[in-house]
Design a binder for this molecule. Sequence first.
Ligand SMILES: [Zn+2]
Length: 432
Amino acid sequence: MPFFIPSQYKNKNMEWQAFGVAERFMRYVQIDTQSDPNSSSFPSTEKQKVLSRLLLQELKALGFEDTEMDANGYVIVTIPATVELEAMQQNQPPVICFCAHLDTAPDCSGTNVKPILHQRYNGAPIILPDDPTQIITVDQYPYLKKFIGREIITASGKTLLGADDKAGVAILVSLAAYLKAHPELKHGVIKLLFTPDEEVGRGADLIDFKKLNADFGYTLDGGALGCFEMESFSADQLILTIDGVMAHPGSAKGLMQNAIKIAADIIAALPKNHWCPEQTEGRAGFVHPTHIQGGAEQVEIEFLIRDFDTAQLAVYEAKLVALAESILQQNIQYNRSSVKAKVKHQYRNMKEIINQHPKMVDLALAAYKKAGIEPTIEPIRGGTDGSRMSFMGLPTANIFTGMQAIHSKHEWVGVSDMQQAVQVLAYMVEIN
Ligand SMILES: [Zn+2]
């Protein structure tokens, strides 16, 4: 595949840079790997496998023989230990898995991505050449200030960049290249895992955990330098079914109880200043109606229920049902109607699992410290593949890659953030 390599790109002498994370990144983003939420096949788009195959080739070429791609597009790489594991007996190092996703978000085009390397960013607004209405400014993205005088990469205006998560992919391949070049660095067995379909919520579905056989893992899918995420929402969906009473409208007096009107009353009774995503942030949870369907006889309302504390979900659910029932009770004209609720488990706060593995947090934070990076530990107001993987048997936290303004035409990444992520991972695996 012919790649567009910006002519101004040159390797500098800094060692982490010599492992080519920016060069890899700019090649990977040019492969369209957009996933599709409306597809029922797996992976959701066949084109994601183009990147899987390229990674398979590159990692084999680096000398990692135990590199496999399965029929679903997952790539698993085993980096063998550089220490005598048997001699270490009880002190065997853990098998660590690092994971990145191959796909890019369906929200914004990923076709014909043209990465632009801005070699010494001067702080001025960046007008993207293929669509001059797309302008990246430090006012909008204060984090950009950190990169004045340094290298950043943007897209060209018509597409997303795909730093989410090609930055993670490039960081992992660069780690592999670094470890290959430094056989003297002592480490245990390391697994690299590349997954399709993260953006459509299916990335964890078909991971072969048995084959992976790792003790714990980290996704490379976080934002600014220093971010470390080990906590996600706990999530349920609640479906409220309202059964009204139907009658011919011409002779409905005293008979008809319209489910649409009951549903409207319930929605209107939801708190407007709290308990909703529009008014909450930080650690506050919420109840959020996402979909409504039905007719005068029956209406279904779907709600997302979210909190960091799993026990709160049941409290919110009971409160929501009580609110719906009170609407029926307070209105004599709804006396023969009914509501019922069905709760579907979605995902749980990964911290419940990660708390049982304090070593994986210590290991990461010690490596941040060694690299001179101040960790910022913030809960994710959403779910990630890591939260699902944690409950599927692989405790998984999330590490920074530098990606910014993701899922948009403004998406950008600072090259030094990616380089520092490679460095952090090398520190994490190193046995002193
Ligand atoms: Zn991502």
